[in-house]
Design a protein around this ligand. Structure first.
Ligand SMILES: Nc1ncnc2c1ncn2[C@@H]1O[C@H](COP(=O)(O)OP(=O)(O)OP(=O)(O)O)[C@@H](O)[C@H]1O
Length: 257
């Protein structure tokens, strides 16, 4: 059982998310054309491609923002479809966009529970915010990510870019995300902070989660991904194991020819 994870009991290496023949058009624009890809438990798959290649369209189709025009999405072998991002979240697909969607003036705990605040009864009947539960969640989640912040009770506006990423990732993990889709998580960060985010992604991987990592930064992709899927004008231009490819080859796949 050592290769089993508590995350929905999907053993590391088994298929978690499959996208089959997915297409999406916006009127005459074919943003995504017959795309097939898979993410296994404990695997980081990078999505690369030039501007307009279809990366955002793909993650929005996987996360319930867009309805695919055709094709299938399977989670652990079961066909799924979503009418909203909330429905995708409910079954464990969480997207972290570059803006992180954090409330700056609130603590880590309050951000974890943003919009789904836990309540307790004071004096036996009066519903009040359960701050103890929020603080405990902040502590245990950051510990699970092996991420240390000096003040758990500080507003997240005090935090660095990497720490803020950790809070957004922590929120997804707390709500049991099995697939985390991360849109350019290192783009706005300095080098030490980029390293922290890469470490966090390694943690998610070790926990048996699947990660889709969108990036323009090949160095980060090569530091963290197991595989890379390259898109070009909405089609899959190639897929490689990171250990079996080079920056040059990836760039060639991106630009074509
Ligand atoms: N809502 C939309 N309506 C019409 N066309 C769209 C829409 N969203 C995307 N497109 C088009 O679909 C294609 C793919 O765009 P997409 O945003 O998925 O690419 P991308 O790889 O994420 O690019 P970038 O790296 O610039 O974010 C582009 O030609 C884009 O103009």
């Amino acid at each position: 059982m050592s290769d089993m994870t508590p995350i929905g009991q999907t053993p590391i290496g088994e298929p978690l998310l499959e996208v089959r023949n997915l297409s999406k058009n916006f009127g005459p624009v074919q943003a995504l054309n017959d795309l097939t890809m898979m993410v296994r438990a404990g695997e980081v798959v990078a999505l690369a491609g030039d501007n307009g290649a279809g990366k955002t369209t793909l993650i929005k189709a996987i996360s319930g923002v867009y309805q695919p025009s055709s094709g299938e999405i399977l989670l652990k072998g079961q066909k799924v479809s979503f009418n909203s991002p909330q429905e995708a979240r409910d079954i464990g697909i969480e997207t972290i966009y570059q803006d992180l969607a954090l409330a700056d003036n609130l603590t880590i705990g309050a951000n974890i529970f943003l919009g789904r605040e836990p309540m307790r009864k004071a004096f036996g009947f009066l519903p009040v915010l359960d701050r103890a539960k929020m603080a405990e969640a902040a502590k245990s989640t950051m510990a699970l990510l092996d991420f240390h912040v000096s003040r758990l009770d500080a507003p997240v506006s005090n935090f660095s870019g990497g720490q803020r990423q950790a809070v957004a990732i922590g929120r997804a993990v707390y709500w049991n995300a099995q697939i985390l889709i991360m849109d350019e998580p290192t783009a706005a960060l300095g080098v030490p902070e980029q390293r922290k985010v890469i470490q966090l992604i390694h943690q998610l991987k070790a926990q048996g989660r699947g990660v889709i990592f969108i990036s323009h930064n090949l160095q980060d992709i090569f530091a963290v991904a197991d595989r890379i899927v390259v898109l070009r004008r909405g089609v899959q231009a190639g897929e490689r194991r990171i250990s079996e490819t080079t920056h040059d080859e990836v760039v060639k796949l991106m630009v074509g020819g």
